[in-house]
Design a protein around this ligand. Structure first.
Ligand code: KG4
Ligand code: ZN
Length: 336
């Protein structure tokens, strides 16, 4: 089954074609137009500007993605319906609906977080085994999701305030590192000492699987305000902030994986592109839970893309969760 997938929930205009068969999904094309350079001037994503650029780019990106099909129609069209920025989502949804309507093919509404989760199932001979625990860390979400089988998403923990990506982005902004902050902070951290500053590890030693990162941001702000020489110490600040975030994410994930007796742990979402997080979670699992398999998406599937929406879309379509084009609409519920 060939699926055309479209993703426009934030500032990436993305389309892809994936092929699904039995329990395997492979990418045939993965086209992304990133608006990062456009939004840099504003220091963050401006929803109105994002939507206008999606309108400009969506058809060229879809055409690029369709190339491997050589004029053949896909069997279904998957599209991100939420969560995300409404004006941005609408561009992708209306494009997907129009194509599904014109080609008389089913549409597959896909939740953005389900897409991130399924990025770990793309192009791999060894997909995660169930029960699986998924840590989804992005600019808008930090969640621990327990899966007993395909499409069975049970949220067992989530952030109470800022997401992990936001913690990276906001502390990077305090240090004027530029946009987007996460990768810039990670880059500076490579040169720094992670124990130079002892920032709080919020909720790490409290029961339950929830997260909270706003206190870390505040602690960083006060420490910087008191340090007249902070500009000379940026790599140490970055390494210490990154380590505080990683300690919490790794600590909670390993503890939840232990308690729930999972077979696999999956790391997904934009922050899963962080090399230190990828490594440290893998090391902790190998040490504490050597029988549990560890799955991380390829770098190209960590930040927003449409191949991951196609991967989730394939499993939804296989389960019959398709809709006629006219019934597809924005769905901002965080429910998966
Ligand atoms: O999944 P994503 O592309 O968009 C959302 O769904 O939010 O995630 C974007 C987030 C941003 O907060 C960005 O700073 C963060 O992922 N990010 C990183 C890295 N690459 C992207 N954070 C830390 N280290 C990175 N290497
Ligand atoms: Zn995302």
């Amino acid at each position: 089954m060939n699926i055309l997938a479209i993703e426009t929930s934030c500032d990436e205009t993305a389309a892809a074609v994936v092929r699904g068969a039995r329990n395997r999904v492979t990418t045939r094309s993965n086209a992304v137009f990133s608006q990062i350079d456009i939004h840099r001037a504003f220091g963050g994503v401006v929803p109105e500007v994002a939507a206008r650029n999606h309108i400009k780019k969506i058809l060229p990106v879809v055409n690029e993605a369709l190339k491997p099909l050589k004029g053949k129609k896909p069997d279904a069209i998957a599209v991100t319906v939420g969560p995300g920025l409404i004006p941005s989502l609408v561009v992708g949804i209306e494009t997907a609906k129009s194509l599904a309507y014109a080609w008389n093919k089913p549409a597959v509404p896909v939740n953005h977080i389900a897409g991130h989760i399924y990025s770990a199932f793309l192009d791999t001979k060894q997909p995660p085994q169930f029960p699986a625990l998924v840590l989804t860390v992005s600019g808008g979400h930090t969640e621990l999701i327990l899966m007993q089988g395909h499409l069975q998403f049970k949220r067992i923990g989530a952030t109470r305030d800022d997401a992990a990506g936001e913690a990276f982005d906001k502390t990077a902004k305090l240090m004027e590192l530029g946009y987007p902050g996460g990768p810039k902070l990670a880059q500076q951290a490579e040169q720094g000492n992670a124990s130079a500053f002892n920032f709080p590890r919020p909720m790490l030693n409290e029961p339950g699987w929830d997260f909270s990162f706003s206190g870390l941001k505040t602690a960083v702000r006060y420490t910087l305000q008191k340090d007249v020489n902070w500009k000379k110490n940026i790599p140490n600040y970055c390494a210490s902030i990154q380590q505080a975030i990683i300690d919490v994410l790794v600590g909670k994930t390993v503890a939840a994986a232990t308690q729930h007796g999972v077979q696999s742990v999956v790391l997904a979402g934009g922050v899963s592109a962080n090399t230190e997080l990828r490594k440290q979670l893998g090391d902790a699992l190998a040490r504490e839970l050597p029988d549990v398999t560890y799955h991380i998406p390829d770098f190209q599937y960590c930040t927003d893309n449409a191949a991951m929406i196609g991967a989730a879309g394939y499993f939804f379509a296989r389960a019959g969760r398709v809709k006629p084009a006219e019934n597809v609409t924005v769905d901002l519920e965080v429910r998966l």
